[in-house]
Design a protein around this ligand. Structure first.
Ligand code: NAP
Ligand code: G4F
Length: 331
């Protein structure tokens, strides 16, 4: 039985990846950080099926200890401060966690199993930022536009560097935006589908958004974790772009979500200038040819299906319940 260790197991991708690895017969271990209340909602169904360990990417010894204890064959480093606007408010923490944190995991892998443990790094299309090529491929130069993007560029190159310096099996997946009903409510897709469901159910009157013109290549998270796993099943480590190859504006997302409940978006959406970013990534569209040809990967869920799935899930979740709509400033 193969053993996998996932950092960021409580996140959107961590939950889907855990399910996939269990279905492939793995023993799954996850890293959780200490908090005053448990934050295991996304992995609640996996209770008793996966093993959780306390560690923190800010603490080198805790990472070494968890790898020593679990002796994994594969390590998936998914933990990060992943919300782009927060990275302007907490740039130092973002650098420590999303950037240097990668080195801490790589150092622990090098120390305890450099010839044996396969490593996956969650790189991001946000690294392409002010894009220098359309569509973006594995060879497109990076031009990050946020402290988050800058930290991810560091995480990406340190992963490549450990592969080249120490001959370690390190892969970096350059994943474009991927969403699901488990997406955090601060990200635009989920903010929109949750907002639309609240308006439909009479729980809200408006939806405040920032830039409606930016374009993203949005896919389904359940499809994307399969690509992560496939990367570690190859004979040689490499880097891959994972994307749908389609791009849509935020406005199109909004239209589709309101259409799904039979409402006209322009009656409800308000532009809030505080949600516009200091520097924007205007256009992302990936070319997943390498992942398709070498990994045999392709996305199964279309953008339209994804939006409909998320609106339906939010309607079902909110119906008959009154879940408060808490939001911190700027979200
Ligand atoms: P997510 O839902 O935000 O989950 C992030 C995970 O990291 C959570 O388990 C969280 O733990 C942990 N974490 C976040 N901030 C932390 C901090 N400051 N200190 C310690 N732990 C922290 O992210 P995701 O969407 O699953 O994404 C997984 C990874 O892929 C991330 O590295 C993200 O940057 C990257 N990525 C995501 C996308 C995408 O579109 N989803 C695209 C490209 C790359 P808690 O539960 O304790 O907060
Ligand atoms: O959903 P978003 O916050 O995602 P963003 O910034 O593209 O980052 C996500 O994808 C990256 C991959 O490219 C990941 F690495 C990262 O961890 C994260 O998962 O924003 C998408 C777009 C932006 O252009 C933003 O300006 O939507 C625009 N937007 C417009 N109004 C909004 C809003 N975004 C948010 N979050 N909230 C708004 O009200």
């Amino acid at each position: 039985m193969k053993r996998a260790l996932i950092t960021g197991v409580t996140g959107q991708d961590g939950s889907y990846l855990s399910e996939l690895l269990l279905s492939e017969g793995y023993e799954v271990h996850g890293v959780v950080r200490r908090s005053s209340t448990e934050n295991f909602e996304r992995i609640a169904d996996l209770s008793g099926k996966i093993h959780l360990h306390q560690a923190d990417l800010l603490d080198q010894l805790s990472i070494i200890d968890v790898i020593k204890e679990t002796q994994p064959d594969e390590v998936y480093n998914l933990a990060a401060m992943s919300f782009v606007p927060t990275s302007w408010k907490q740039p130092v923490l973002t650098g420590e966690f999303t950037g240097i944190g990668v080195t801490r995991v790589l150092e622990a892998v090098k120390l305890l199993g450099r010839d044996r443990i396969k490593f996956y790094q969650a790189s991001s299309s946000e690294m392409f930022g002010k894009v220098l090529e359309v569509p973006q491929t594995e060879t497109t130069p990076f031009y990050p536009r946020s402290p988050y993007g800058v930290a991810k560029v560091y995480g990406h190159w340190i992963t490549v560097n450990y592969r080249e310096s120490y001959n370690m099996f390190c892969c970096s997946g350059i994943l474009f935006n991927h969403e699901s009903p488990r997406r955090g409510r601060e990200f635009v897709t989920r903010k929109v589908t949750d907002g639309v469901a609240r308006i439909k159910l009479g729980m809200a009157k408006t939806l405040k958004l920032g830039n409606l013109d930016s374009k993203r290549d949005w896919g389904f998270a359940g499809d994307y974790v399969r690509a992560m796993w496939l990367m570690l099943q190859q004979d040689k480590p490499d880097d891959y772009v994972v994307a749908t190859g389609e791009t849509h504006t935020v406005k199109r997302l909004v239209e589709l979500a309101f259409d799904a409940v039979g409402l006209k978006w322009d009656k409800y959406v308000e532009i809030d200038s505080s949600l516009v970013r200091p520097a924007e990534v205007d256009l992302l569209i990936g070319d997943p040819t390498k992942a398709k040809t070498k990994l045999g990967w392709k996305p199964e869920v279309t953008f339209e299906q994804l939006v409909e799935m998320m609106v339906k899930a939010d309607l079902a979740r909110l119906q008959g319940q009154s879940i408060p709509d808490f939001k911190a400033k700027g979200i």
